[in-house]
Design a protein around this ligand. Sequence first.
Ligand SMILES: NC(=O)c1ccc[n+]([C@@H]2O[C@H](COP(=O)([O-])OP(=O)(O)OC[C@H]3O[C@@H](n4cnc5c(N)ncnc54)[C@H](OP(=O)(O)O)[C@@H]3O)[C@@H](O)[C@H]2O)c1
Length: 293
Amino acid sequence: MRDELILVVGGTGTTGSRVVARLRERGVAVRVASRGGEPRFDWTDRTTWDWALAGVTAMYVVPFDGQSLTRPFVGRAVAKGVERIVLLSGRGVDVPGYAGEAGAAGPTHVDGEAAVRALGTGSGTGTGVRWTIVRPAWFAQNFSEGFFLDAVLTGELRLAAGDGAASFVDAEDIAAVAVAALTEDGHGGRTYELSGPRALTIAEALTEISGAAGREIRYVPLSPEEFVTELRTQGLSAAEAADYAESLSPLRRGLDSHVSDGVRRALGRAPRDFREFVKSAAADGAWRQSDAI
Ligand SMILES: NC(=O)c1ccc[n+]([C@@H]2O[C@H](COP(=O)([O-])OP(=O)(O)OC[C@H]3O[C@@H](n4cnc5c(N)ncnc54)[C@H](OP(=O)(O)O)[C@@H]3O)[C@@H](O)[C@H]2O)c1
């Protein structure tokens, strides 16, 4: 029997770093794949893939949005003997019209999921590979370490999200589900849609964050056209601006407000509430005034 070694692709990011921490807490051997690692792993340089996969028994994969690299990477991994795969995807990938033409992540997730499903039932029969797909809603951590943070620190979050609500999921729950799927039985062949226990609009989320941060952080709704124009003045390319605006479109259209049961299905407990996320992010200093720009 081989020694267990779990590869975490994207192990320096929002979900991957939490997966790494939880695995290490359990005493599991972990390899972090990232561009800053030694040796370096780069999705766009296939010569860096094999070292990352050497000796690996299981892996958590944060895909490279905008390209269809999950499929060849999974193929290489299976050829090298990886027996268990947990793939991060996104809620809405199977909903017609959810992602628009400009969205970069949608096609990456659709193709990545298809590549993993093609390995068989996922329960260990067929190719023998156990796979689990994790489809999270919008991350709560977008406000504390993701793409909303810089604006939140200025006291004004300007977005083309309308009054749409989202059932933000805590990345701690995403990591907990991923780790369960990587280390326990009973998750093979399952697709877990993950959300928090309630939906909040951006304005409601910022009201909760303002309370914890001790200062007002306002939401300024913009039209998609205004939003794209602002992003362009901030230096984003036309394609990047269109992609960001498009990624907000499901939220604006109210497609992200439903609550999913994946955390309970996978872990047998309720998901963390947004309030708990706000409390712990504030305690970690996510919105400290001195960090404001
Ligand atoms: N944010 C949301 O609300 C949300 C909701 C649903 C689904 N998702 C999906 O979640 C995924 C993002 O997950 P995340 O937030 O955990 O990740 P993240 O924080 O965005 O981090 C991205 C990770 O990928 C690595 N990376 C970036 N470019 C790379 C490259 N060329 N080669 C190798 N590694 C590279 C980064 O590592 P280094 O920079 O260290 O190399 C980092 O570890 C996306 O697929 C997105 O579509 C996001």
